[in-house]
Ligand binder design. Structure first.
Ligand code: GDP
Ligand code: MG
Length: 177
């Protein structure tokens, strides 16, 4: 049969990082397939997924890498970060420790990720209002101190998931233009 050659203006690799169970895989499945899984054991089974978006009239193919659970053992290697131009650093607004560990994740990235990688801090699970322990202000202040952008999302109800990717892609594109 005929093979359509896919064309795009940019190809960006984005990695998902952050503690276990903060919602990384669900942010990805919401963004790629508009799906959410209550069961955390669901494994996507591939190392990355793609979606192409248009930003400022340019088509940007985004290749998003998800962990297969290595974050549990802090065993994310340089291979995971290789060639990445962006990282979504995700924490869970209902678990303080996952927010506090963002400092460690940034240090780990300083050692293993490309030095000019663009980081977006993502406070996930905003649908769990009654369980929130990390305020929006705390998230914003931490991001400001580390000179990174910040957004809150819910993979469950889908709020701000597309915006998170649009935000980081816009930042990356500005940096290289
Ligand atoms: P990962 O380990 O960071 O990839 O986290 P998962 O995507 O596997 O999610 C861990 C658990 O949190 C699962 O039970 C998900 O259903 C749940 N979860 C993920 N995102 C959200 C969210 O935005 N809201 C709520 N209420 N639960 C979420
Ligand atoms: Mg996962």
């Amino acid at each position: 049969g005929l093979h359509q050659v896919e064309s795009y203006d940019y190809l960006f690799k984005i990695v998902l990082i952050g503690d276990s169970a903060v919602g990384k895989s669900n942010i990805l499945s919401r963004f790629i397939r508009n799906e959410f899984n209550l069961d955390s054991k669901t494994t996507i089974g591939v190392e990355f997924s793609n979606r192409t978006l248009t930003i400022d009239e340019k088509s940007i193919k985004t290749q998003i890498w998800d962990t297969a659970g290595q974050e549990r053992y802090r065993a994310i290697t340089s291979a995971y970060y290789r060639g990445a131009v962006g990282a979504l650093l995700v924490y869970d607004i209902t678990r303080k420790q996952t927010f506090e560990n963002c400092e460690r994740w940034l240090n780990e990235m300083a050692d293993h990720a490309p030095h000019d990688i663009v980081v977006l801090l993502v406070g996930n699970k905003t649908d769990l209002r009654h369980l929130r322990v990390v305020s929006t202000d705390e998230g914003r202040r931490f991001a400001e101190r580390r000179h990174i952008n910040f957004i809150e999302t819910s993979a469950r109800d889908g709020s701000h998931v597309d915006e998170a990717f649009r935000l980081i892609l816009t930042d990356i594109k500005r940096q290289i233009d």
